[in-house]
Write a protein that binds this ligand. Structure first.
Ligand code: SF4
Length: 336
């Protein structure tokens, strides 16, 4: 099957604007432009990463796909069906196909239920008739699949470690037999050693079950280990798209370079000599987005055209795309 026919999720021209209101009368005085005209495809069995600083719109993108927030414009196709034009009844029938793994597994699990009970409840909601024994067996199978024992299945969330809770969150997502899993910062609340275990688990499950992931994170090093393709997001827009290897070997956009500069390098000699791009100032407010290139107030390479005109995202080479007026002049393109 060619890549085009193998697209499971296609997001086209997605905008999410939240109205900004004032006073008791809730008079609308503007918008928060959380997501601003983004398009991307996710191929079946692959992982697409979205990276960016906190507040860049990546989590809102995930929530729009799940219809947890209302899209202002655009289309979101799952297996060719537009999720945004479906009736609530139609959406109910397919929503189990897209699941989310949350950053804070503790907050997303019912504290009054044991792990096995949480899984059984999700299994029971699939509409088919299950005997109690079938539910018990399937819950145990899923818990085992994510590396948890029957004994841990009898614990409440507060009796588990962070890593164990995240494994329960993954088992709960798998209980819906999903085609796409949106992983929203799934390891950022965990210790580094546990992060690696969860990433390895997600990678193994993807291979075994043919899962497709949309992986949202602020940590580029984590995304590198799991994503095939990465989109860098800034103020609700994609500024660069590339393979995860190219993100490290030949980043083009100054913002991607700045994010990479912030990752510590273990080798002291490399750390001493490498060139850093320091980001000045804070991310501007999505209520008052800067004119032209949204990155220009913080970009060390900004010129007049950057302040006036939004750069188009263009192909630099292969599948590598970048939205920057000056990437050719300022940033030597190193072919991978
Ligand atoms: Fe910097 Fe200009 Fe490129 Fe924007 S378009 S990233 S301001 S050089």
């Amino acid at each position: 099957m060619d890549a085009q026919n193998n697209i499971i999720l296609s997001v086209q021209g997605l905008k999410v604007h939240f109205p900004l209101t004032k006073g008791i009368a809730k008079k609308q005085i503007g918008y928060v432009r959380a997501v601003e005209n983004i398009s991307f495809d996710v191929e079946r069995g692959k992982t697409v990463g979205i990276v960016g600083e906190s507040g860049c719109g990546k989590t809102t993108t995930g929530k729009a796909i799940l219809r947890m927030v209302k899209a202002t414009e655009g289309s979101i196709y799952l297996n060719g069906q537009n999720l945004l034009t479906m009736t609530p009844r139609e959406h109910d029938q397919i929503k189990r196909k897209v699941q989310m793994i949350f950053q804070d597994p503790y907050g997303s699990l019912d504290p009054r239920q044991k792990a096995s009970s949480i899984i059984r409840e999700i299994l029971r909601e699939d509409g088919a008739h299950h005997t109690a024994k079938e539910l018990d067996d399937e819950a145990l199978r899923l818990l085992t699949m994510v590396g948890l024992s029957e004994e841990i299945g009898e614990r409440y969330p507060h009796e588990m470690s962070g890593g164990q809770r995240q494994r329960v969150g993954i088992a709960r997502a798998l209980a819906c037999n999903p085609e796409l899993i949106i992983c929203d910062e799934p390891v950022s609340a965990l210790d580094v050693s546990i992060q690696a275990q969860i990433i390895n688990l997600l990678t193994r499950l993807q291979k075994e079950l043919g899962l497709t992931y949309l992986f949202i994170a602020h940590d580029l090093a984590v995304v590198r280990h799991i994503a095939d393709t990465v989109y860098v997001m800034y103020l609700g827009q994609f500024v660069e798209k590339m393979s995860s290897d190219e993100m490290f070997s030949s980043p083009l956009h100054p913002y991607t370079k700045a994010l990479l500069s912030a990752i510590p390098v273990v080798d002291c000699e490399v750390e001493k000599t490498r060139k850093r791009i320091e980001l000045s100032g804070e991310v501007p407010s999505p209520i008052n987005c800067p004119s032209g290139c949204p990155f220009h107030p913080r970009c060390p390479y900004a010129t007049d055209i950057c302040r006036e005109k939004m750069p188009d995202r263009e192909v630099a080479f292969g599948d590598h795309e970048v939205a920057c007026h000056h990437y050719k002049e300022l940033l030597p393109v190193k072919q991978p």
